[in-house]
Design a protein around this ligand. Structure first.
Ligand SMILES: O=C(O)CCC(=O)C(=O)O
Ligand SMILES: [Fe+2]
Length: 283
């Protein structure tokens, strides 16, 4: 199978950047992202693509990493002893999901081929109104599968990466909802009070996404607080996440990578002093 066959090119002709359909899709996503920080292209993967990539994730489920410490704040980082107990940095929630890491989805996989396929990246850049997008260079976490088995959950948090795209590969029977608060913080403002409101149960700004298997989701997770609710059904939920950056050479914070994904590489140590960042926000 060729990589382009993973995508439903009839409905999403991303290999034809000059076509009217292409421009129409780009316009649609841009509008959603501006208004909502999120956009979904339904049934983006072909039937064959969903089957192939879904099976790659299924086959690696037993190798998923589950962290020992299950309590996390929204920054997926340590608390701050200089702040009050009620400060968002000091509010800890349960996180029980696992991750299949990028090193387990190597060059031979279709997941990898899709991630590195240039026409996809150019299409994403157009949708995100960016001149060029780069592959996130973190060799452990640039492409991961979030595994939520029955009973598992992923607490409210912000992502390290500004842009992610996700593909729902296997949906939960019930629960396992993706919920988010669009643009809750900005590049220059942590908006701690607004974060605190959500953590204290204020749902007024919370949105719930209706995602189906094979859908592509664009998400600006660095600014939009988000969570995956408890999987209350009997089936595993599997979601593939591919991350991109605006600058080349970006790595994850080694501590965060180790905590979430269970490992780092020698490159993480080498890069720690020159981690490129486009903002000063908490991880
Ligand atoms: O599984 C999802 O829908 C989101 C996962 C997520 O937010 C993450 O891995 O950072
Ligand atoms: Fe996230």
């Amino acid at each position: 199978m060729n990589v382009e066959n993973l995508i439903d090119l009839n409905n999403y002709p991303i290999h034809q950047p000059d076509s009217a359909e292409y421009l129409e899709i780009v316009k649609y996503v841009r509008l959603d992202l501006t208004e909502d920080g999120c956009s979904v292209l339904s049934n983006f993967l072909s039937v064959e693509g969903l089957d192939t990539i879904g099976n790659e994730a299924e086959e690696r489920k037993s190798q998923a990493y589950y962290a020992e410490s299950k309590l996390c704040n929204v920054y997926l980082a340590n608390g701050n002893p200089n702040e009050a107990e009620s400060h968002p940095q000091n509010i800890f929630m349960e996180r029980t999901n696992g991750f299949i890491t990028a090193d387990l989805l190597g060059k031979g996989t279709y997941s990898y081929k899709l991630y590195h396929w240039q026409p996809l990246r150019e299409f994403l850049a157009a949708c995100l109104s960016k001149k060029k997008l780069y592959i996130y260079e973190d060799p452990v976490s640039n492409m991961i599968v979030n595994l939520c088995k029955p009973g598992q959950t992923f607490n409210w948090h912000f992502d390290t990466n500004e842009f992610t795209i996700t593909f729902l590969l296997r949906g939960a029977e019930s629960g396992g909802y993706f919920e988010y608060v669009p643009n809750l913080r900005t590049k220059n403002d942590e908006c701690f009070d607004e974060v605190k409101k959500v953590l204290n149960g204020d749902c007024s700004r919370v949105k719930r996404l209706n995602l189906n298997e094979g859908d592509l989701q664009f998400f600006l997770g660095r600014f939009s607080l988000h969570q995956v609710t408890h999987n209350t059904g009997n089936k595993d939920r599997l979601l593939l996440i591919q991350s991109f950056t605006e600058m080349p050479g970006i790595f994850g914070n080694p501590q965060r990578v180790k905590d979430l994904y269970g490992k780092t590489t020698k490159d993480h140590k080498a890069k720690v002093s020159d981690r490129a960042r486009s903002d000063q926000l908490l991880d």
